[in-house]
Design a protein around this ligand. Structure first.
Ligand code: LLP
Length: 426
């Protein structure tokens, strides 16, 4: 439900969105802290009846302030690169609560993780098993690890963001025998302490039965492993992926429904396969931060091609939100300064980058629109700032955290000076 104030303006976190645009400039990422914390609460509440570790997936959106919030809420953190790990270190995050993912971690990233005492490294492949073993040998230390498995499951989402199927770059295949081989390799190592297994089947998932299937496949695999090696997993990490609502057509399950499906299938599978109950780990990203985010833009040029299309250009685009161009994502938006008015025309929202693919929204009904209007695009909290670029040398927007009528900048707007900071003249 959107909030509209007496002026007919959209309100975000108790602040008039037009005032936010005026004070901080556009494009502007806004994060509604109440929504963010409410999502986290829903996760904690949904899973309160079982022993679970909820690890926020930082790839969706990670900054120092975000680390602080995640820490304050007592969640763990999933990082996927040296850069995300560095952010967590700088924010003073408890690194024991960090899971380090990735299908091609470098020696320096793995070394950084080992030296900083990262809680779990989620090992993806045999190459990494070897690298890590060498690093641990050199450091004369041990490391808790999970093994990332590829369970061979169809997640019913966009193919670019579906990860659990057999034909995937991620993880040890359960069906081709590499998973059991990886487990035996890890169990033989004096340096690696195998605490459990991990899988992630994809992102923006609405089909909850994919999760039941995943849990079932993983538990069945654990039974086979127990029979063959005697080893029982202490931890079962089932990844993230719950979808969110981007537009009127989307009907994602509630976090509580997702939790119930996981809990039920977990109990059922543990029973069916008679395995020792492992601690469950989940890694939600999008469903924690996605709907807490809004992007504000100022409308500029408008090109009407009669009978064909009206292009409304805004002062951002694929550099701050590449998801439409990349995945055909469908966003919803309103005019923040005319949030109380009826929609009268269908337009398409274009970015300002020099290519035709730079569109934010194809075909949206909006009130009469003119240059200077403020467009607010919803559900841009996840994979927008984190996937932003300086394409066309556009400075990245600022990020403000809003709550109870107060706005705090948590990421400064980039300047032109930032744009050239690493350039060297010849
Ligand atoms: N865990 C692992 C191992 C992952 O690979 C991911 C996402 C997550 C957790 C979090 O998934 P979430 O709950 O956020 O769906 N850039 C794409 C999404 C890529 C997701 C990659 N992995 C997008 O904008 O839709």
């Amino acid at each position: 439900m959107i909030k509209v104030n007496a002026k007919g303006h959209l309100e975000i976190g108790g602040i008039d969105a037009v005032d936010l645009a005026e004070e901080f400039g556009t494009p502007l990422y806004c994060i509604d802290e109440d929504i963010l914390r409410k999502n986290i609460e829903e996760y904690k509440d949904g899973f309160k009846q079982i022993d679970i570790d909820i690890a926020y997936a930082g790839k969706a959106f990670l900054t120092l302030a975000m680390c602080q919030i995640i820490m304050e809420e007592g969640l763990s953190l999933d990082v996927v690169s040296g850069g995300e790990l560095y952010t967590a270190i700088k924010a003073g995050f408890n690194l024991k609560k960090v899971y380090f993912h990735g299908n091609n971690k470098s020696v320096s990233e793995l070394t950084m993780a080992v030296e900083n005492g990262v809680g779990r490294i989620v090992v993806d492949n045999f190459h990494e098993l070897g690298l890590l073993e060498d690093i641990l040998e050199k450091h004369n230390t041990k490391q808790d690890i999970l093994l990332r498995l590829s369970p061979g499951i169809e997640a019913h989402t966009h193919s670019y963001i579906s990860t659990g199927q057999l034909d995937s770059k991620f993880g040890f295949g359960i069906n081709d025998g590499s998973a059991i081989k990886a487990i035996k390799t890890a169990l033989m190592s004096k340096r690696l302490n195998l605490t459990g297994i991990h899988a992630h089947i994809g992102s923006q998932i609405f089909a909850l039965e994919s999760y039941s299937e995943e849990v079932n496949v993983l538990c069945s695999f654990l039974r086979m492993v127990k029979a063959e090696t005697g080893w029982s997993a202490k931890e079962l990490d089932i990844g993230g992926g719950l979808g969110i609502k981007y537009n009127g057509q989307d009907e994602p399950p509630a976090i509580s429904e997702y939790a119930q499906v996981i809990i039920d299938s977990f109990k059922r599978s543990v029973d069916e396969f008679q395995i020792k109950i492992p601690r469950l780990i989940i890694e939600p990203g999008r469903s924690i931060i996605g709907n807490a985010g809004y992007t504000l833009y100022t409308v500029g040029s408008i090109k009407d091609i009669p009978g064909i299309r009206k292009y409304v250009s805004v002062d951002g685009g694929m550099a701050d939100n590449p998801r439409t161009a990349l995945y055909g994502a469908k966003y919803h938006a309103v005019l923040a300064n005319k949030a109380d008015r009826e929609a009268v025309e269908m337009v398409s929202i274009a970015g300002k980058c020099c290519e035709s693919g730079d569109m934010l929204i194809w075909d949206i009904n909006l009130p009469e629109i003119e240059p200077g209007d403020i467009l607010a695009v919803f559900s841009t909290g996840a994979y927008n700032y984190s996937m932003s670029s300086n394409y066309n040398r556009l400075p990245r927007p600022a990020v403000v955290l809003v709550r109870d009528g107060n706005a705090k900048i948590i990421v400064k707007r980039e300047t032109y000076e930032d744009i050239i900071r690493n350039d060297i003249m010849i």
